[in-house]
Write a protein that binds this ligand. Structure first.
Ligand code: 13P
Ligand code: SF4
Length: 377
């Protein structure tokens, strides 16, 4: 999705790393408690070192909500995360994304029109009140609102299982978007099989399915994926194991089921960090996730050998857009009284997206869940 980022002034583009550090440190100190910088685990080190808090997409959404004193949340992550922060924070708080072109190709694989069309087509074949829409956090605010309005919830890779278990207390079929892999991996970990799942291709009539497929499927999985995680293959696992027969393979659930089914452990970025910490000293661990997190874990865990499952893995190109020059620019602009790159979700979208996000938070935290269908809300 094209979002126009203003080119940076030469002052930022030409600055050395030391000069950028100086600008960021000075601006951050001058803003004090008024600014809260959040960093997703896939951010580069030059950015991550300035984060007041790090996390996966679930933890960052909780943290954003827990800082009402900060006027500005500078979100070092991607667009959908900044939108979620805007939805969950107070009206007095402004969320800033340092580079507007930091989107997510997976999130862009499902849009509101496509999902609404799918919903309508499905409703012609089955009792739509028994279908629960679940969207991965990696989706636009508009899709989160759709889900909130239609009795569903958001999930992240940390809580996908709890959210799906909840979904099956609300209905007997799930439309899961946009990441087919997270849906499939989680469903299979819950005891469902491939036969319970069908892939919905939004580019084809009726998702490319027969009517009976739609009626029979327990999971309708949107044909979306993460280009970073989809690169990991079973051959990478085999190559690592032949070199390190006692090595440990940990994969993010955005990887294909072929990879996750043979990995030793599967989980979100927060899970991966904890799994590396818990592994025995001296172990060799291959990780199937974004390279900045893998490299950081390798550097921070000198008593273990941490490598990427794919030796040639690419970084997430959109996460990579957030860099020192953009961070320096937004912080200095805030000091000057301007709010650049503010991410604002309109009030109606916010209202329903908040319902879907709050359901996720309540399910994950074990709170009672407000789960009524739209007519009763
Ligand atoms: P988590 O932060 O939920 O592990 O997700 C990874 C991801 O791809 C974020 O874009
Ligand atoms: Fe999107 Fe994949 Fe990048 Fe995460 S790693 S932001 S899912 S493209």
């Amino acid at each position: 999705m094209l979002r126009l980022q203003t080119p940076l002034a030469d002052r930022y583009r030409d600055a050395s790393p030391d000069e950028l550090d100086e600008m960021i440190a000075t601006a951050k100190a001058s803003l004090g408690e008024r600014v809260f910088i959040l960093g997703h685990h896939y951010q580069r080190d030059e950015v991550m070192k300035w984060a007041d808090a790090r996390g996966d997409s679930y933890r960052l959404s909780v943290l954003a909500q827990e800082r009402p004193a900060a006027d500005y949340i500078v979100f070092c992550g991607v667009h959908f995360m900044a939108e979620s922060a805007d939805i969950l924070t107070g009206d007095h708080q402004q969320v800033v994304l340092p580079d507007l072109n930091a989107g997510c190709s997976m999130a862009d694989m499902a849009d509101l029109d496509e999902v609404s069309e799918a919903w309508e087509a499905i409703s012609e074949l089955v009792d739509i009140d028994r279908v629960v829409p679940i969207t991965y956090m990696n989706s636009s605010a508009a899709l989160k609102a759709f889900v909130g309005e239609h009795g569903g919830a958001v999930c992240t890779s940390t809580n996908a299982r709890s959210v799906l278990e909840w979904a099956f207390t609300q209905g007997d079929k799930v439309l899961f978007f946009p990441d087919q892999h997270l849906g499939r991996n989680t469903g299979i970990s819950m005891g469902y099989t491939h036969a319970d799942m069908r892939v919905w291709n939004p580019r084809q009539e009726l998702g490319g399915l027969e009517e009976d497929d739609v009626r029979d499927a327990t999971f309708l999985l949107w044909k979306g994926h993460c280009s970073v995680h989809q690169r990991f293959t079973p051959n990478h696992v085999a190559a690592f194991r032949s070199e390190h027969p006692d090595g440990i393979v940990i994969a993010h659930p955005e990887c294909s089921h072929d990879v996750c089914s043979i990995a030793d452990q599967v989980g979100s970025t927060d899970f991966i960090i904890k799994a590396v910490a818990a592994a025995p000293v001296g172990s060799t661990i291959a990780i199937g996730t974004e390279i900045h997190l893998v490299n950081r874990l390798a550097a921070e865990t000198p008593d273990k050998t941490v490598v990427s499952l794919d030796p040639l893995v690419c970084p997430c190109s959109t996460m990579f857009r957030i860099d020192g020059p953009h961070l320096a620019w937004v912080l200095e602009s805030l000091v000057a009284g301007e709010v650049p790159n503010q991410i604002v979700v309109d009030p109606e979208t916010t209202q329903w997206a908040k319902v879907a996000l709050q359901r996720m938070l309540d399910i994950t935290q074990g709170n009672p869940v407000e789960a009524k269908r739209p007519t009763a809300v």
